[in-house]
Design a protein around this ligand. Structure first.
Ligand code: ATP
Ligand code: MG
Length: 667
């Protein structure tokens, strides 16, 4: 069965060949739509007056000390200025104003540590902690514009540190706690950080895991700019203290709870954050204040249908990724939401931990990544079936294209669960697949729950006020039913303002491929309704006998086979076909005795999407190389498939995976 159009001659093959035949679609329930925050009116308002829409939203979701006089200044393109002349304080917006508005007793953060310890912070309490931290940082000589490196686990102090920086106008640079001393040092040096905030350690898989030692390693060689290291006591493992080191509980706890937030310019830098490194060396992305906060808060409200008085929101992303910045630290607090923060791994002490947390805290909005969903599929539905997930109302996905089968599983197993006794919901919770990047700062493509007819595997439509297109090699819009390059046609509030210290690289990386369009690096197609499907990185697009094939569609086909838990597809140089499809798969079920799994899977893909997509090689491997944020690093697999030395693997979550793969291939 295939819906592929007839092959075009090579020279004519400007766009990706569409292979997928996914046709399922789900209308929103009336029950949901009746109470939805968003409506089609947002699209209409944004379409009628895009800048007017953003100006209205900026005034609606934020409290400005000084109102802005111009919504967008694009005269220095591709560097934008949003809400020009406006002044505000991010921490005041996230905290103090809620307390002033009588919401001081609302829970801001429920924290659950991996060992099961818990803490609850109301808005009033969190405001106080941030004020103390702001005073403490200032007492350590940190001033507006200085950089602070944050190397912390998923504990409330991470959010407190980021907001304390924002309060005083210092620029945070969060480095994922799993990164090595070298990765930390290169990021400290790149930003000339003055202060490092870290912890003695954290808990991973039931064991204490050290952090401070990596900071010691990072700062061992001279020549850095760090003046102080502030250490949160988390797991009480012994740490070595040097002349720069101070305990958080000594410095911050002693600080005053009085601190007045001064307003900063709308374009004052809020943070620097490095990309995941999926496609190469990470880039230090710069975000500023007014635009970043506006688009984050608006999308958090609309994409997740946030009702802050009743919802309990849980985003499982680490603070070290953009998702943790936009949708843990900033947007939920700006919106006055109650959120859950969990320190540890999903399988500690058992594989039902997440679902136990959903049940315990009554989580109503869950936002996670496809890699997690595929892992839960592999562990089996009997685990979530054993918990009461009836509180869930909206499910989100981010980070990679979500395979239609994973989407359906998310809907059927998680989104329909109405209690431990097997009761099912009449209306499954909507699923929102959100496409965006470190560079975009906030959601760019996502359905709106209660409004959009959702389709498994499609991120669907640009959010209101965002102008997305799919173009061919020449930069011309493709028609419905065609694929090409995903671009952004108009500047947007939460867009990056540059790459830290390298404006040329900013222009070259994002603005040189097509004139006046931001090119994101991803391939996409428009289906017959004009809905958007993300097809993976264009660097990963394969050219097999003149057909341009996407990794995502072949991977989704493999994942739909009951034997396969996860799949990664790459193109490897091939003498006859130009490139050949090579698939790496992790199995979830033992195949029948004597069955040739490789042949079965090759035939499955051939039948599912067409003979041209049939992998030349299928390699069964124990693990796939993933970034610490859970994305598959195809470029490393391509190196393997083409017999090369593997490239930059510094952001790999498990450094042994590549040798495990080599071993399984008998190398
Ligand atoms: P680097 O730019 O260093 O290679 P990265 O692109 O992985 O790293 P991120 O900014 O964390 O860094 O990831 C953004 C990318 O993640 C997008 O460009 C896209 O490829 C992918 N992505 C994120 N969300 C989705 C989604 N919902 N559907 C499809 N792809 C997604
Ligand atoms: Mg990227």
């Amino acid at each position: 069965m295939t819906t592929r159009k007839d092959a075009k001659p090579v020279s004519d093959s400007k766009t990706l060949d569409n292979l997928s035949n996914e046709t399922r679609a789900f209308a929103p329930s009336k029950e949901f739509s009746d109470h939805a925050v968003a409506s089609s009116a947002s699209y209409e308002a944004a379409e009628a007056d895009r800048l007017g829409y953003w100006a209205d939203q900026a005034r609606k979701v934020l409290t400005w000390d000084t109102d802005f006089t111009q919504t967008l200044d694009w005269s220095q393109a591709p560097v934008s200025k949003w809400f020009v002349g406006g002044k505000l304080n991010a921490a005041y917006n996230a905290l103090d104003r809620h307390v002033e508005n009588g919401l001081g007793d609302r829970v801001a953060i429920y924290f659950e540590g991996e060992p099961g310890d818990t803490r609850t912070y109301t808005y009033a309490q969190l405001t106080e902690e941030v004020k103390k931290a702001a005073n403490a940082f200032e007492s350590l000589g940190v001033a507006k514009g200085d950089r602070v490196a944050v190397y912390l686990p998923m504990i409330p102090e991470a959010v407190i540190t980021m907001l304390a920086c924002a309060r005083i106008g210092a620029i945070h640079s969060v480095v994922f706690g799993g990164f090595s001393a070298d990765a930390l040092r290169s990021r400290i040096d790149d930003a000339d950080a003055k202060l490092v905030v870290t912890a003695d350690g954290t808990w991973r898989r039931g064991k204490p895991s050290a952090l401070k030692a990596a900071v010691d390693g990072a700062l061992a060689a001279p020549g850095h700019t760090v003046e102080n290291v502030l250490v949160v006591k988390r797991n009480a493992e012994p740490v070595e203290f040097g002349p720069l080191d101070k305990w958080w509980h000594e410095v911050v706890d002693a600080a005053s709870t009085e601190h007045t937030a001064v307003a900063h310019d709308s374009e004052h830098p809020l943070f620097v954050l490095y990309t995941s490194g999926t496609t190469g060396k990470p880039k230090g992305i710069v975000h500023t204040t007014g635009g970043f906060l506006t688009q984050g808060a608006v999308t958090h409200r609309d994409t997740f249908d946030l009702h802050p008085e009743t919802d309990v929101y849980w985003c499982t992303a680490d603070i070290g990724w953009i998702t943790g910045h936009s949708y843990v630290t900033y947007a939920p607090l700006i919106n006055g939401a109650t959120q859950l923060m969990y320190e540890g791994t999903p399988d500690t002490p058992h594989q039902g931990r997440w679902w136990e947390l959903v049940e315990k805290y009554g989580v109503s909005i869950l936002y996670t990544a496809p890699t997690a969903i595929r892992t839960f599929m592999k562990w089996g539905r009997q685990i979530p079936d054993g918990y009461d997930l009836s509180s869930l109302r909206v499910l989100g996905s981010v980070g990679e294209p979500i395979n239609p089968e994973a989407w359906m599983w998310y809907r059927d197993v998680i989104g329909t669960n109405n209690g431990k006794n097997g009761e099912r919901k009449e209306h499954p919770t909507p699923i929102v697949d959100t496409w965006w990047q470190t560079e975009t700062g906030a959601h760019m493509i996502a359905p709106l729950p209660g409004v959009t007819h959702t389709k498994p595997g499609s991120a669907q439509v640009a959010v209101p006020g965002i102008s997305i297109d799919v173009v061919d090699e020449a930069g011309e819009s493709v028609g419905n039913g065609e694929g090409g390059f995903l671009v952004i046609r108009e500047p947007w509030p939460s867009m990056l303002r540059g790459i830290w210290g390298d404006m040329e690289r900013y222009k070259e990386t994002y603005w040189s491929r097509f004139e006046n369009m931001y090119f994101a690096g991803d391939g996409a197609k428009k289906d017959d309704d004009g809905d958007l499907w993300l097809l993976g990185r264009v660097d990963d697009v394969m050219n097999v006998s003149g057909h341009r094939l996407s990794t995502t569609e072949i991977e989704s086909s493999l994942v739909a086979h009951p034997y396969v838990a996860e799949a990664a597809v790459v193109g490897a140089k091939d003498e006859t076909t130009g490139e050949a499809v090579v698939a790496f798969v992790i199995l979830q079920t033992e195949p029948a005795e004597g069955e040739d799994v490789v042949a079965t899977l090759r035939n499955h893909v051939g039948k599912d999407i067409g003979p041209i997509a049939k992998p030349k090689h299928v390699l069964v491997v124990p693990e796939l190389p993933k970034t610490r944020s859970g994305k598959i690093m195809r470029r490393l697999l391509k190196d393997v498939a083409e017999g090369r030395e593997v490239g930059d693997a510094t952001t790999l979550s498990d450094s042994t995976v590549m040798s495990q793969i080599a071993q399984s291939m008998g190398k």
